[in-house]
Design a protein around this ligand. Structure first.
Ligand SMILES: C[S@@+](CC[C@H](N)C(=O)[O-])C[C@H]1O[C@@H](n2cnc3c(N)ncnc32)[C@H](O)[C@@H]1O
Length: 227
């Protein structure tokens, strides 16, 4: 596991200590059924949609920007092994990388790097596929912009970038009025994602490309793909 110097961003300690930073939190939250519950039963759908987008056997170089709970990365690594490709996963928290290492199949070739998504230590145009799974909503806007800039910088020309995250739920969505204020307290950096399209939030980073968007659960979740 490589460890370039990287501090822990303030927002992770301030807002997300209870879900990612403390050992008890990692132990408690990393259960697929719980993640599925937190995402209103849509985790499996989103995980499988992302994997479908990448295909059953993944060749070339794949980068996953930040770890996530559940079985997405172990399944991704199996597909990468099958396709003869390589997988790099970065995260700014060592505890998350250690947790992921435990979940990956023994002998996997996946490489885990301690790195801030806002300052990736990889060369320009070095990945065929880049995946950003439910990270952007957790970041303050400044980090979000840097993360997207970095994700696009390391993507090869003609490469594919996939973003899965919260979206702006439609006006009739009951959760928009009942649940979002509650979530706003738990995940204060996410509010922006519920109000506006990602392409508008990150206009400078995203507007020059064309994006294919799919919405789930009345728009509460989205997957964006650009090639
Ligand atoms: C991808 S998000 C959450 C995904 C979703 N809630 C899930 O578990 O399915 C959580 C991860 O992002 C990481 N993270 C947050 N900010 C980061 C940053 N600036 N750079 C790298 N990793 C970051 C956290 O350490 C954590 O492991």
């Amino acid at each position: 596991m490589s460890t370039p110097a990287a501090g822990i961003p303030d927002y992770l300690e301030q807002y997300y200590w209870w879900v990612y930073v403390r050992p008890k939190a990692v132990h408690f939250f990393d259960r697929p059924w719980l993640i599925n519950l937190i995402l209103f039963g849509k985790y499996r759908t989103l995980r499988d949609e992302v994997l479908k987008e990448l295909g059953p056997a993944i060749s070339g170089k794949t980068l996953q920007i930040s770890c996530c709970y559940g079985e997405l990365t172990p399944r991704l690594s199996e597909r990468v092994e099958r396709g003869g490709g390589t997988l790099d996963v970065v995260d700014v928290l060592p505890i998350q990388l250690e947790n992921l290492k435990r979940k990956l199949p023994h002998g996997t070739s996946a490489a885990l790097h301690r790195m801030d998504a806002a300052a990736l230590g990889f060369p320009d145009a070095s990945y065929d596929q880049v995946l950003v799974f439910f990270l952007l909503h957790e970041e303050p806007q400044e980090y979000r912009e840097k993360t997207m800039r970095e994700a696009l910088r390391v993507l090869k020309r003609g490469g594919k970038i996939i973003i899965a995250d919260y979206g702006a739920p439609s006006a009739w969505h009951p959760l928009r009025y009942f649940l979002l204020p509650f979530l706003g307290v738990l995940e204060p950096t996410a509010k922006e994602m519920w109000r506006r399209e990602l392409v508008d939030i990150l206009h400078a980073q995203m507007a020059s490309r064309s994006w294919r968007k799919r919405s789930y659960f009345g728009g509460l979740y989205q997957m964006l793909v650009s090639v």
